[in-house]
Design a protein around this ligand. Structure first.
Ligand SMILES: *Cc1c(COP(=O)(O)O)cnc(C)c1O
Length: 385
């Protein structure tokens, strides 16, 4: 009998379907608090566009002007033909937002993490990673070839215990999201930095959901928790609150200089497009000069917390509604959708337990938040355990 080498694919898909782990894409017409999906208008609680900038006319105009002036593609890696004045300006603005000496722009946040981690550590080194960290941090650690150890979620004591063997290794790098992408909770950053100092470790924080959202200056959780003056490598994305596409690392001039030489996901890939770069520059200007967007977002968060009678405060624009299992999570998401609300289910293997994951935007209206609260209260609650 001759089997095809690809026979396992339909079998794997079948397994995913049976476990209710199968995922599919959703066609959405455009960004914003109101979207059209399958011909139906829905209030969008699934966007990372926290400040509503992805549909801001000023970003679109900046992208159009940059395209007219510099063309569509950057045509080469930054070290060859792909380095533009726009990149210099963008990196300057990012370093300003992050209050660091320098910054480096990558094609995405995912690539920024992969390339930076793999450049900083290697087989002689030790990486400690929060168990709930984003996939890009986990895969960056794997790619580096360092010895990898997960510590319990936000558990400083567990981290300290695992650091006991630090001396067996050359360098040590601690990795953590500052805002965890599936639960919206914050890492205990000052305590992590204290431990890192004591054990002589580098710390890389992923500010993907924090940049533009946290801190008086919009810098992120590092600013919010008064850690800007401490030694920490900050990674972020241009594709969430900044409404564009791309990622970045901010830190010391030496770090950035080193990454320009050693981060393979930066060296061997094409520079960011003029349109994306210019849109991100426009977003950074808005974040610097119009703190009102951020304030309205935080006001919406408080409003939501009150409307939902939540005992645990919302610590970020990401929050969850727990479900008993993947099937219930999907049912909840469907029933909200029938009532005009887009709140997707997230399930294993992305997260350990099934839930709805919702995100708030500065551009949600009070009426939209009120409707959300009414409809969430109508769902059958998950058993508490
Ligand atoms: C979204 C996200 C990334 C990836 O950023 P992209 O620019 O979308 O590739 C990295 N880390 C975290 C925590 C994220 O939520």
């Amino acid at each position: 009998m001759h089997h095809s080498a690809y026979d396992w694919l339909p079998r794997s898909l079948e397994t995913l379907h049976k476990a209710n782990w199968y995922r599919q894409v959703n066609l959405v017409d455009r960004p914003g608090p109101l979207i059209t999906k399958d011909g139906q208008q829905l209030i969008n609680f699934a966007s990372n566009d926290y400040l509503g900038l992805a549909s801001d006319e000023r970003l679109s105009q900046a992208a159009i002007s940059a395209t007219r002036r510099y063309g569509t593609g950057s045509t080469g890696s930054r070290l060859l033909s792909g380095h533009r004045e726009l990149h210099v300006e963008l990196e300057h603005q990012l370093a300003d937002l992050k209050q660091t000496e320098a910054a480096l722009v990558f094609s995405s946040g995912y690539l920024a993490n992969l390339g930076t981690i793999a450049a900083l550590v290697g087989p002689k080194d030790f990486v400690l990673s929060d168990i709930y960290n984003h996939s890009s941090l986990k895969n960056g650690a794997k790619l580096s070839g360092a010895t990898l150890q997960d510590y319990r979620h936000c558990d400083i004591n567990d981290l300290a215990e695992k650091l006991a063997v630090r001396d067996r290794y050359r360098r040590c790098l601690i990795l953590t999201d500052t805002v965890f992408s599936m639960d919206g909770d914050l890492c205990p950053l000052p305590a992590i930095l204290d431990l890192a100092e004591y054990y002589n470790c580098m710390v890389l924080v992923d500010e993907a959901h924090a940049t533009g959202v946290f801190g008086a200056y919009g810098s992120g959780v590092v600013e919010q928790l008064h850690c800007l003056s401490r030694s920490v490598i900050q990674v972020g994305t241009l594709s969430k609150a900044l409404g564009s596409l791309g990622g970045f690392v901010a830190g010391s001039a030496d770090l950035i200089d080193f990454l320009r030489n050693r981060a393979s996901t930066w060296v061997y890939t094409t520079g960011l497009s003029p349109a994306d770069s210019a849109a991100a520059i426009a977003a950074l200007k808005i974040i610097r000069t119009e703190p009102a967007h951020r304030q309205i977002l935080w006001h919406n968060l408080q409003r939501c917390q009150t409307l939902l009678n939540r005992v645990d405060p919302l610590t970020s624009p990401i929050f969850t509604v727990p479900a008993n299992n993947p099937t219930q999570a999907i049912e909840h998401s469907r029933s909200l959708e029938e009532r005009g609300i887009w709140a997707p289910a997230v399930r294993p293997p992305t997260v350990p337990t099934s839930r709805l994951r919702l995100t708030l935007m500065a551009t949600h209206t009070s009426e939209q938040l009120e409707k959300l609260a009414v409809e969430i209260k109508n769902l059958t609650p998950a058993h508490s355990n």
